[in-house]
Design a protein around this ligand. Structure first.
Ligand code: GDP
Ligand code: IMO
Ligand code: MG
Length: 429
């Protein structure tokens, strides 16, 4: 039995969708355990078809796999139905998609508050995706959230929405100078949407627990990344959930002792979307090179991603806080043609060297990278399928990443397609 967690080990967009698609062929279940439609996961199928998934687990593209939107996820019902509709239109069978009764619902007031509160933050804004993610998790923790199961009891749903709107409307009108939302209209819309997803609601933690007990393979697919984690990330420039490995247990109901493998997805360089510190960020033509060569534009918002060199301090940190057992390095092909490839091995903060993540936000904001220059390679490596197919300099680059991160590399991406991968270790053997 393998219960594998796939984690973004940087600031998101590491290529989790591709990794899930690849490993999805070996599992019976794929589970999303946190986040919502702030995520954008790209999958390029063996037949060349490209999919952008936001809420639905990437396993939906592997026929026969059961997919679960776990209790830790926040669901915008309109977005969910839109995504299911689009998949069905493209011939994808979605009958194997289940939704946890305990997942929270993103309501229209969450989206409104997300957008307007960002505007009020001005220069201090987080650069959220504007999808209502933070406000929905706020209500979850404040215990005034609306859960998927509430749609099964219209009077409870009405009570909860009315109670929440009493507060939210005060905020929208009095603080943010917006129009109040009509409770009845919000309730009726959700109930109408629910007719189209009710049949998918399930006690997913029980189903997953039974599957694990039967020895079935499960893949837990994270959204976002380690440095966007609300506890372990670059707070307050983070998302409002726990993408790290601990969140996989909480967000699915699978106990931590049942997890066998934790794979960290690391881009061969670094990107970030939205505000916040980013020590290896390149604001020059090298950054532009990575953006163009790596097509670094957001799947969800279309924003240009900030780009920088590989940061081994981040990789070591992600290894530690997630207990990574394996690394999946993506986009190595993007670095082809560079004469030398800088790798950040440590930071300097006010004249002092830091080999590990600084403790304070202030120090991290002041961190400048200490680079090691590694020789580049000019060959096109997209056809490589074994490590031996790679130029010596590319192999040396991987060896150095492995050494600096402290975790073995089990797969390497050399192109966006599922087959454009070097599988070093079989994780389902
Ligand atoms: P996710 O959010 O972690 O699933 O990643 P995104 O889908 O947002 O961004 C990753 C992008 O890189 C997508 O466009 C993928 O198709 C692409 N990609 C993934 N792995 C590779 C790779 O090894 N090489 C190249 N060139 N592109 C890749
Ligand atoms: P995937 O799953 C990259 C970023 C936003 C913003 C911060 C908070 O595709 O890797 P939020 O809307 O979550 O409150 O925004 O987090 N962010 C992501 N960045 N990839 C993602 O998802 C992201 N999801 C959120 O840009 O800085
Ligand atoms: Mg993404």
């Amino acid at each position: 039995m393998t219960v594998m967690v796939l984690i973004g080990a940087q600031w998101g967009d590491e290529g989790k969708g591709k990794a899930t698609d690849l490993y999805g062929e070996h599992v019976q279940w794929v589970v999303r355990y946190q986040g919502g439609n702030n995520a954008g996961h790209t999958v390029v199928r063996p037949d060349g078809q490209k999919f952008a998934l936001h809420l639905v687990p990437s396993g939906i593209l592997s026929p026969g796999v059961k997919n679960v939107i776990g209790n830790g996820v926040v669901i915008d019902p309109g977005v969910l139905l839109g995504e299911i509709g689009e998949l069905e239109e493209r011939g994808v069978n979605t009958s194997n998609l289940l939704i946890s009764a305990d997942a929270h619902l993103i309501m229209p007031y969450h989206v409104a508050i997300d957008k307007v509160s960002e505007r009020y933050l001005g220069k201090a804004r987080i650069g959220t995706t504007g999808r209502g993610i933070g406000p929905c998790y706020q209500d979850k923790i404040a215990r005034i959230g609306v859960r998927v199961q509430d749609v099964l009891d219209p009077s409870i749903l009405a009570q909860k929405v009315e109670a929440a709107l009493e507060q939210k409307n005060q905020m929208l009108v009095k603080i943010y100078n917006r129009k109040a939302l009509d409770a009845r209209q919000v309730i009726d819309t959700v109930l109408e949407q629910a007719e189209a997803f009710k049949h998918r609601i399930a006690d997913t933690r029980l189903l997953l627990g039974e599957a694990v007990a039967r020895g079935e393979n499960v893949l837990l697919e994270g959204g976002q990344g380690t440095l966007l984690d609300v506890d372990h990330g670059t707070y307050p420039f983070v998302t409002s959930s726990s993408p790290t490995a601990g969140g996989a247990a909480t967000g699915s109901g699978i106990g931590p002792t049942r997890i066998t493998t934790v794979v960290g997805i690391l881009k061969a360089y670094t990107t970030r979307v939205g505000s916040g510190p980013f020590p290896t960020e390149l604001l020059d033509e090298s950054g532009e090179f990575l953006r163009q060569a790596g097509h670094e534009f957001g799947v969800t918002t279309g924003r240009a991603r900030r780009c920088g060199w590989f940061d081994a301090v981040v990789a070591r940190y992600a290894t530690r806080v997630n207990g990574l057992t394996d690394l999946f390095i993506t986009k190595l092909d993007v670095l082809s043609s560079l004469e030398t490839v800088p790798v950040c091995v440590a930071y300097e903060v006010d004249g002092e060297r830091y080999d590990e993540m600084p403790m304070t936000q202030t120090a991290f904001h002041h961190a400048t990278p200490i680079y090691e220059q590694l020789p580049g390679w000019s060959e096109d490596i997209t056809g490589a399928r074994t490590l031996a197919d790679l130029p010596a300099a590319a192999r040396a680059y991987l060896d150095r990443i492995e050494e600096l991160s402290g975790t073995r590399i089990s797969a390497v991406g050399v192109g966006p397609g599922q087959d454009e991968t070097i599988e070093v270790n079989d994780l389902f053997g």
